[in-house]
Structure formats: C-alpha cells, structure tokens
Design a protein. Sequence first.
Length: 686
Amino acid sequence: MENIESSDAAQVIDRSEPETDGSRLALIKRWIEDINASKNHHGRAFDKMRDNMSYAKTGKSKDWDDDNYTVNIIQRHINQSVASLYAKNPRAVAKRRPRLHYKIWDGNQESLMGASQAVLAASQERRQADPLAMALLGDVQEAHQQKRMLDKLAKTLEILFHYYIDEQQTNFKRSMKQLVRRAKVCGVSYVKLGFQRLMEKRPEIAAQIADVANQISRIEAITADYADGEIDDDDPKLEELRIMMEELQTKELMIAREGPVFDFPRSTEIIVDKKCRHLNGFAGAGWIAHEMAMSSDEIKETYEVDIGSSFTQYKTDNRTNKKPQPEEKEDSNSTALVWEVWDKDTGTCFTIVDGYNDYLKEPATPDVQLERFWPVFTLAFNDIEDEEDIYPISDVDLMRSMQDEYNRSREGLREHRRANRPKYAVPKGRLEDEDKAKLENHPANAVIELNALAAGESIDKLIQAMRGAPIDPALYETNSVFEDVLRVVGSQEANLGGTSGATATESSIAENSRGASVASNVDDLDDMLSELSGSCGQLMLLELDEETVKKIAGPGSVWPEFSREEIAEEVFLKIRAGSSGRPNKAAELANLERAAPTILQIPGVSPVWFAKQVLERLDEAGIDIDEAIVEGMPSMIAMNQAAGNPQPATGDPASDPAQQGANGASNASQARRQPGPQAAYPTSAN
C-alpha cells in the first residue's frame, strides 16, 4: 500500500511479551486476584441484577411458560416512574459560597452612608478625608468587585456545563432516563465523569464528544500493524484503512475537541472493593474498578499496546456473565476484560487486563482529579442498611411476588374458561369416528345424519351436554394485587390502568402518597446530579483553558487567572431542585396564584425573581429573563399610559397625573379616550 512500508526497524507498537520483574508482576497478579475476589463476593447481587433485567423485560420468571398469560405490570410501573422522575435535562445553577466578604464594614447601611457623606464633604471642602471612612469604602468596593467577578464566573460555568451535556455523543437526556430506569430495575446505577483530551480515544463506549478521534485512532492502529508486518497486503483491514483516509481527506475541517464527558456503565460493570460499607460515596472502599470487555484490536487502538493472546479470553455472547475459554482454543472473536482501577490508598489510577502480566496504563495521578477522588457517582432509590449486602433492593424485586400472583390469577381464569367450553358425553362405543367428526365440525344450520342414532331414538338419550364448574370471580380477583403494589412501590391501579371500583377520594389519597414518594426519589436524583455538576465544575476549572472557554461562552466570559483550586472553593455548581423531573404544573400554578397577592404587597420583592417563578411553573425554562428585563425600566402598562397621556406637569391635582398618586395616569384626559369619529387616512393622488 502506498505511503506505508514495512521494515525490520523498531516496531511502531511494542508487541513483545511483557518482561515484568518479580515485585511488579506480583503486584499486578495481586490486583487481578483482588478484583476477581470482590467480583465473586458481589456475585449474587450481580446475578440478581441480570435476572431482574430479564424479568422486567418479559414480566415473568424464567420457569413461566411463554404461552402462559402474562401481563407486564412491572414494565408499566418502571416507565411511569421514569417519566415522573426525569423528563428534561437538569438546569445547573452556579452560586457563590456564603462568606463574610467585608473586613471592616459591619453591614449596616447607616455606617456606609455616613462614610460616603464624610468622604464627599471632605472632597467638597478640599481637605483630607477620614482614613477610617476611606478604608471602609475601599473595603466595600473591593468586596463588590470580587462578588461581581465571581457572579460572572458562575454564569460562565453554567454556560459551559449546559454546552457539554448537549455535546455528548450519546444524547444526555436519553442516557439519564436509562440511568433512572437501570436504578429501578437493578437497584443501583452509575455515572462516570471523564475528560476527553484532544485526539484522545476513550475506552468507554458512551463517554465521547463527537469528533474525529475514533477514526484517527483506528487509522493509526491499522497503519502500525501494516508497518510492523502484522497484516498482509490482501488483508481487509487495508481496504478499511483506505476508505477511512479518503473520507477524512474529503473533509474541509477536521474537528478535534476536548472537555468533560459522561459515561453510563452498567450496574454490573462497576466492581467495588468488598470492604465497602455503602455505595453512596463508596464509604470504606479502598478501590473501585470499571470493567470493560474489549477486543485486542480495541485495546490496540486505545492504549497502543498489542497484548497478543497472552490474556484470559472470554466469550462474546454475554460479555459480563461469562466463563473463560481454554487458552489452547484461541478465538478471534474473544474479548479481554479490561479493568480501570482507582486506588484511593495510593491516590493513583491504572489499567490492567485479566491474565495479562503488565499494565496497559501505568499507575499515575488520575486524569480526572476531584475533591471526592472517585469519578463514579451512584444513584439508588431503595437504600436499606445491610451489613451483608451493600446493594439495595430494586423495584423489580419488590414487585416480583405481585407480578407472579397476577400472572397466575389471569392464567387460572383463562384455564377455567377453557375448561368450561361446551363438551358432550356419549356412551362409550356408540359414536363412530365419522359421527364425531360431523358433530365437531358441522356448519351452521346443518342437517346431520348419525349412523349411531336409531330410528325414533331421541338425540338427548344419545348425547348429553356436560355442565361446567361455574366461575367464582373471588378466586381470580386482582384488586388485592394492586393494593400490595401500592403499599410496596407506591403505584396505584389508576397509574397502571383503569380502577376497579375505587372511589375518587381513595384514588386521590393514593395519588398524593405516590407524589410524596416520587418527590423523595426526585430529591435523590437531584442530589446525585448536584454532586456530579459540582465535580464537573471543578474539572472544567482545572482542565479548560481561557481560549476554549471564550470560544464556547463568549468574549465576555470570565475565567480565573489565579489558582483554580481557590476558585473551586468560591463557586460551586448545583442542580436546581426539581428541574429534571416532570412538574405538577396545575398544583404549582394554583399555589402561586394563592400566594401572588401577598407576595406583590411585600416591599422590596424583586420583579425579576417573581417573573422567574411564574415562568418556571409554566415550564418555559428556555426563556432568558436577563434578556427580557432591563433594570430601572418601568412596566409595559406604565409606559403605555405615559405614551397615551403626554401632558406637561401643571402642579394642579385636577389635571396633573403626577399629583394624583398611583392611579394618576389612569385618570388623565379621559375625554381623549372617548370613542368618536376617526380621521380618514390620506389617499394618494392618482
């Protein structure tokens, strides 16, 4: 192939067997043993998660026949819960941490006004001002400048955060809804915060900003294989290389971007140290590992290491629930288990492969340096203290008995109906096969001749209808099932379908109870998102440069030039409460309408704040209040009244609106607004 020549010089990628010394090899093997031991320790929880995935998808246990009657109420409950908990992308708000900014001023407005008047009087009298008054004014001015700078930095952080959640390769909203769904099914779910650097390929499937990094990494890996003589001239990879290079050459602009990325690993892919006491914050854990199933080619593209076949190979049919293949049976489709490990005891992060005697990535300071150290954030809704199992129970586990009972009840009713289908009894041997066929398959209004029926013999003596067992509705009722569902997970029958005789009051009480449960889960979700956004803000302050920030947030953005760790202590990102869930617009608007008359009479209430409250309850979060409102301008009504009454001030209360109080503009020149003949529009001469 042109421009690519194979040589016997130094290999582009190191393909030699790892020659690890004794202590280094012992440490790697110890880590592999520890990870596998913790994986086996949590094996029952992982198996239950996989079983719950299948159960929630099908609405039945594995021993329930596919032809049996099945009503998947679990899936309906989960979809309803996800719709209530996460309906839109969260709104992040950056705020200054509460601090005492003033070193001299005591916060009393009278002392500030006194100092200002003293300095002004000294200036007018052309004498030296009181040093204490000057120091007080300087202290206030310095604090105000610091506050304004931090407020502008906070706005910059908000713009950056919302920009990057929109730029994820996988839609952030859909991924977050899947995260909530995963927590409902498996009991726990995770978000992993990373940082994509220029032209860097990440090992995670979803954590990527859309650019050309993947294509270039693939090109480099195939080129290195060809240069090292690992592939022949007729290998299909060369044609793949030619297509990718031509495709990149046709692009006028190759975009390479960097910034924070969010990955959503499966619940079974995060392996936690078995010493961990709680998944929220991984209390007690010395390490956690992210397990990724990757082929040798994917490892080569990502880490520029050729592990050959010296690793434990796993089947690809179920990449996380598998048994190792015998080493002598090499399979080109097999995968390796790659573990990205964060070791809190040493403060390092490294990457190893199960069965490979060297590092893919050497132990070093983590790329994502966070105050909490762990880049993985946990979401769980049913946390219960348990010394033996740290994984919380899922909604599927809670509803499993009710789902099985509902299926059995409906299947029993169907079987009863089948058993009660019309059937007849005849003396043995009286009917021939031809007679049976005529009776079973006769058309409507048929005249049937039976060989077994003698002349003058009554058909009732030959054939008698069998009476079936009557159906007792109490045997197959399902109301008690929905009552248990309501008590266990909070979903009432009205949320899953029509009610069976429940009164409006009962349904209303049940819905209020469900709303309280949903609100608690929304708080859990908002807390996790606030922790995620706060860590994302720290990461952006540490990693993004001013040029990138101004390109995204605009030339008026502020980015610190001094210690960014100090800025991270001053400003923090959090998620506005309830901004990610589906709002109860009717109830919130009703509450605001009741409170509005009182709020409008309170002195000093900001109209900007009140407008934000109204628009939030109308779910019009996309409106920019800062663009709509200009400080100091009168209301539209006041401006319209002023424009319609351009009268000069006379000082007479009878004619001057300014002398008539708040309603003066409304009283002015009423005669002007009386209907009357309108002047005709001038017409052009033709």
